[in-house]
Design a protein around this ligand. Structure first.
Ligand SMILES: [Fe+2]
Ligand SMILES: [Fe+2]
Length: 206
């Protein structure tokens, strides 16, 4: 079969395999069997999409001593060498990946992406690290360095302060020898292989 007929056959196959509803309220079990199968294949590639997006930070200095990808690697390396578990290290690696699209709220982007795969505490640290990191520089910009105090009542306050103190604010050293991205790739794949059971159950607090 030549290329053109191969593509045509593939396209026909893809059309055959699509759900038939024009509004979800008319969907059938068969439609959802097709969609579920495609979704599983798509979900399996999530780590690749995440790693591809993380690489966008390469060479992006934004005035900092090291680029955003190096900062991410250094944050993750420091957490790993300090004995943190894989989910924590992956959070450390990805914590700033939202800088590209979430320029004004980057912690929330990474937090949303890792949420299905990490504990509530690790998610909280990621989601709130911006305010806690501000303790180290907001006052230089005429802002309130104590902004994190609004979260003092959280059970995760100390854990988030520790993340920023030990790993995030400390990860701007051009002479620090970080592990390369390849070192962390298997961790990203393992952590993102399957959502934790909490993901699809009712949140009674909601
Ligand atoms: Fe950040
Ligand atoms: Fe950071």
């Amino acid at each position: 079969m030549d290329n053109v007929s191969e593509i045509a056959a593939e396209t026909e196959h893809a059309i055959e395999e699509r759900a038939r509803f024009t509004a979800m309220e008319n969907g059938t079990r068969e439609d959802w069997a097709i969609i579920s199968r495609d979704y599983m294949a798509f979900a399996k590639d999530l780590p690749d999409r995440v790693l591809t997006h993380l690489k966008l930070l390469d060479g992006d200095f934004g005035g900092f001593p090291i680029c955003r990808l190096e900062h991410s690697l250094q944050t993750a390396t420091r957490a790993h060498r300090d004995g943190r578990d894989e989910a924590y290290v992956v959070m450390a690696l990805l914590h700033d990946m939202g800088d590209t699209l979430g320029t004004y709220n980057h912690p929330e982007v990474a937090a949303a992406i890792i949420k299905p795969f990490v504990t509530e505490e690790v998610h909280w640290i990621c989601q709130h690290h911006g305010a806690f990191q501000g303790y180290y520089y907001f006052h230089f910009l005429g802002m309130d360095r104590e902004l994190r105090e609004q979260f003092r009542g959280s059970p995760y306050f100390d854990a988030c302060a520790e993340f920023c103190q030990k790993y995030d604010q400390a990860a701007f050293d051009p002479d620090y020898k970080s592990e390369p991205l390849e070192f962390f790739e298997p961790m990203v794949r393992r952590v993102m292989a399957k959502p934790l059971p909490k993901t699809f159950v009712r949140d009674e607090a909601a």
